[in-house]
Ligand binder design. Structure first.
Ligand code: GLU
Length: 442
């Protein structure tokens, strides 16, 4: 086939569609999160010199469940939805990972997110494998009661996989503590008794943990401080742009502001705002509470989400969705340091460009691992029915993340590779070693 030939080509998990295949350029589906996740794994497997058998095991997902289910809408009609739960690996313990409600969610994305959870848990040395799930839905189009019915039905559909010993969901994009409470209640009604450890990120009233809502943002702040130390950057003179102002972005903004960083720009789905001298973050949080978004916050220049990524700041925190920094815009990123609050915001092609340009990227599997780390604490507390103070949570969190940060740096230094690859070397080796020790059944 010559360059630029159009053909019918299936994309993982989607019906075949027309794409243009080039024989010279990169593959057509460059932004498939799943193919990108596999590429990242392959890079680590190569350096670790993993056997072909181990590679074959670890570069695929263990289980993928696709469910299609009806939900009764408020007007009496019935709508069908599609949902997913994927377990990439369960060698080191139960599968762990969030559930997202997003219109663009599909099996390709969920598989990638599940694999990233495996490496994230392994890097933090949590006794978990990796999973992810979601429903293809825009929750802003549903009433509160429709959202509850959808959540409960979806929980029932995936309950064949979920449980404290097998697979433990948590919040992710567009899901929150209330949704986790509905899931916990649904699973508990099926069991006939309360099963708090089946879900993390729950409200405190039913076995949630102190410090869980802020945990991912707290981790971003801890890691940003460590990375600044590594690069010799003075925090009081460091400017930051944050893409995404949901749970991760808003907590990261608040805690980084408290640490002394100057947050110059943030953006959410309503738009973005920029102030060269720095945003008043407490005032912005109050504004967002009142108006539902950051757009039109007084005294700022309006910017788009895309413009935010290319601002002249020292630190960029993509904390929204995957595939934000790609080969198309990586050449225009001006930050010195990228701290990935989101999962998969930088594609492998973009990684190579940033590396060549001397921009340091702290990978998602470390930078946003504060959330799953405190999820682990929540699960442990639920299983013991013994609850910890927030101070204890935060001290333990910092200890785990700084240890993982140092192990990542040590590997990156030893092999003269990027921090992402350094992090993968630690994580993939742990899962590969566990697999080898257990052996292949039967
Ligand atoms: N959804 C979060 C993540 O991507 C948290 C997962 C969890 O707590 O299990 O890491």
């Amino acid at each position: 086939m010559g360059p630029g030939v159009t053909t019918l080509r299936p994309i993982a998990g989607q019906p075949a569609r027309l794409v243009t295949v080039s024989t010279v350029a990169a593959p057509a589906v460059v932004d498939s999160p799943w193919l990108n996740a596999q590429r990242q794994f392959d890079n680590a497997a190569e350096i670790l010199n993993l056997s072909p058998g181990l590679r074959a095991v670890l570069r695929e997902v263990r289980r993928e469940l696709v469910v299609r289910f009806p939900v009764k809408m408020d007007d009496g009609s019935v709508r069908m939805f599609e949902g997913y739960r994927v377990q990439h690996n369960v060698t080191r313990g139960p599968a762990k990972g969030g559930l997202r409600f997003h219109p663009a969610t599909d099996i390709d994305e969920v598989k990638a997110l599940a694999m990233w959870m495996t490496w994230k848990c392994a890097l933090a040395n949590l006794p978990y494998g990796g999973a992810k799930g979601g429903v293809a839905v825009d929750p802003s189009t549903l009433s509160h009661r429709e959202l509850e019915r959808l959540t409960r039905r979806f929980a029932a559909e995936i309950s064949v996989l979920v449980g404290p010993e097998s697979d433990i969901p948590a919040p992710d994009v567009n899901t929150n503590a209330e949704i986790m409470a509905w899931i916990m209640d649904t699973l508990s009604m099926q069991a006939g008794y309360s099963v708090p450890a089946s879900v993390t990120g729950k409200p405190l009233e039913i076995g949630g943990s102190e410090g869980r809502p802020s945990a991912t943002g707290r981790g971003v702040n801890i890691i940003a401080i460590e990375a600044c130390k590594l690069l010799g950057m003075e925090i009081s003179q460091t400017t930051v742009a944050i893409q995404g102002f949901g749970n991760v972005g808003s907590w990261a903004a608040q805690l980084m502001h408290e640490s002394g960083f100057t947050i110059c720009a943030v953006a959410d789905v309503t738009g973005g705002i920029y102030s060269r001298s720095g945003l008043d973050i407490p005032a912005l949080l109050a504004y967002r509470q009142q108006y539902g978004g950051v757009r039109d916050f007084p005294g700022c220049t309006p910017i788009t989400n895309t413009e935010l990524l290319e601002l002249e700041v020292d630190v960029l925190v993509p904390a929204a969705m995957e595939n934000q920094i790609t080969a198309r815009n990586a050449g225009r990123i001006q930050a010195r340091l990228v701290v990935e609050g989101a999962n998969g915001p930088t594609t492998p092609d973009a990684d190579s460009i940033l590396e060549r340009r001397g921009i340091t990227v702290v990978p998602d599997i470390l930078a946003n691992s504060g959330g799953v780390t405190v999820s682990y604490f929540e699960w442990v507390q639920d299983l013991q029915s013994l609850f910890w103070e927030e101070d204890e949570i935060n001290v333990r969190l910092k200890k785990i993340l700084t240890k993982a940060f140092n192990q990542m740096c040590e590997q990156a230094e030893r092999h003269q590779v990027s921090l992402r690859l350094g992090a993968y070397l630690v994580a993939v080796k742990r899962v590969a070693d566990a697999t080898a020790v257990r052996g292949i059944y039967p």
